[in-house]
Design a protein around this ligand. Structure first.
Ligand SMILES: *Cc1c(COP(=O)(O)O)cnc(C)c1O
Length: 428
């Protein structure tokens, strides 16, 4: 990294590898002990617990709306899978590393991590209207929202969101299931099949030729001109952030069940694919809140869209990706974001341990490897965590560390899309 002692410009603060589109590992120089940072944040464990309680109140309704959640009594979570023996890391010369996958690529209902944030924020809207309009007798009675009269009433309201695909899908699914109207503004990165799937559900899909920020801006403008509309602001939503953070309760329980005590023998390293930052930021906040510095949180971004790394490294002087000569286009459509959420950067800027970047080719390579063993269906964004694991093992091996790779989407990819991806004849 090159620093100019006197009056550094934003560009000087960005690692040279970033500007050269090379994979890189950036250790966060502003990171401080969680116990020191957390008390100063405008977000607390009580916020996480309130969100957890809200999820719980909606569980009986989920069982009614989404029968696939009956087995877990309406709890939306994924398994934590130990892949240490199946994952072939002999190439990396670290064959005995303990590696777990947090399988959010296969979350019930949406098949991607956006279920944790997008669904949650729609629930907060439904709950408020339900109580205001007397659609339920009490907050414990959300199952009453399955009634046709309740759904008709919610049909007077609209949920609007901008997305590269997965957030729009997750919001669309839950909004329509509750009876809301839904309008999703899609960036040029959004895949055709993701748009079609939404239209088939009765969602209004608005296509944009611009990038993700353009889609969010037009969704925001469209919503502002419609009093019946609620806008989910992926670039600035505390609600999304808190929804994501509750994943930490699930992981802590699963680690305990697996007999792993974070910090007892070594750190738990968690690799989180990062787009605008809400999902990885919320989860990192949750994990640091529950486990402190026994857990190390790393964000992973495409070399062509490292918006969070640039934001955190550059601070107030951060250049835009455009100034760095980057288009922000990548095969990892879930991560194709040109500017990070300032809210998230502010909340986790001193908490997270570092950021990695990885190439499109490396992500696709890992999609293939994970399909071969242990046989999981990932989209490129969801494979980013393995690229980071690979880099960390090469640069800073720590035999005591346990690794959790967060896989974030892919289980619901149509078979022909997935086959094209692993055969290498995918189109952008
Ligand atoms: C959205 C998304 C992410 C990242 O979440 P952000 O909140 O945008 O940072 C990661 N992986 C997949 C598959 C996603 O759809």
């Amino acid at each position: 990294m090159t620093f100019r002692a006197d009056n550094p410009t934003g560009l000087d603060l960005i690692p040279a590898a970033i500007a050269a589109l090379q994979p890189c590992f950036w250790e966060n120089p502003r990171r401080e002990p969680a116990a020191k940072v957390l008390p100063g944040l405008d977000m607390t464990r009580a916020d996480m617990e309130e969100a957890q309680a809200r999820w719980r109140r909606f569980r009986p309704l989920f069982v009614r709306l989404f029968p696939q959640t009956a087995d877990t009594e309406g709890h939306i979570d994924s398994p934590l899978i130990d892949v240490s023996t199946e994952l072939d890391l002999s190439r990396e010369n670290v064959a005995d590393s303990r590696v777990l996958i947090k399988a959010d690529h296969d979350l019930p209902v949406t098949g991607c991590i956006k279920a944790r944030g997008g669904i949650y924020e729609v629930l907060t809207v439904a709950e408020r209207i339900a109580l205001e309009k007397g659609l339920v007798s009490s907050p414990e009675d959300m199952v009453a929202l399955a009634a046709p009269e309740a759904q008709n009433e919610l049909g007077n309201y609209k949920i609007t969101v901008g997305s590269t695909g997965n957030l729009g899908y997750s919001v669309g699914v839950i909004a329509r299931a509750l009876g809301f109207q839904a309008e999703v503004h899609m960036s040029r990165d959004a895949k055709e099949w993701k748009k079609k799937r939404l239209r088939d559900m009765g969602v209004k899909v608005v296509e944009h030729r611009g990038n993700y920020s353009t889609a969010v801006a037009s969704a925001r403008a469209s919503s502002a001109s419609d009093p019946s509309s609620y806008f989910i602001d992926d670039e600035d939503s505390r609600t999304l952030f808190v929804g994501y953070s509750t994943a930490a309760f699930d992981v802590v329980r699963q680690l305990t069940d697996a007999g792993i005590k974070a910090g007892a023998s070594g750190p738990v390293n968690v690799y989180l694919p990062c787009g605008v930052g809400g999902a990885p930021g919320g989860i990192a906040f949750g994990l640091k809140t529950l486990l402190g510095d026994a857990v190390r949180c790393y964000f992973v971004e495409p070399v062509k869209a490292p918006c969070m790394l640039v934001e955190l490294a550059g601070g107030l002087a951060a250049p835009s990706l455009e100034e760095l000569g980057m288009s922000g286009e990548t095969i990892a459509d879930g991560l194709a974001v040109a500017s990070a959420s300032p809210l998230v950067a502010g909340l986790v800027g001193r908490l997270i341990d570092g950021c990695f970047t990885c190439t499109d080719d490396a992500m696709v390579e890992w999609v293939k490897r994970i399909w071969a063993h242990p046989g999981l269906k990932l989209e490129p964004s969801a494979a980013a965590g393995f690229c980071a694991l690979e880099q960390l093992l090469a640069e800073k091996p720590d035999p005591r560390a346990i690794h959790i790779v967060w896989t974030t989407g892919g289980a619901q990819l149509p078979d022909d899309e997935f086959l094209a991806l692993i055969r290498g004849d995918h189109s952008r």
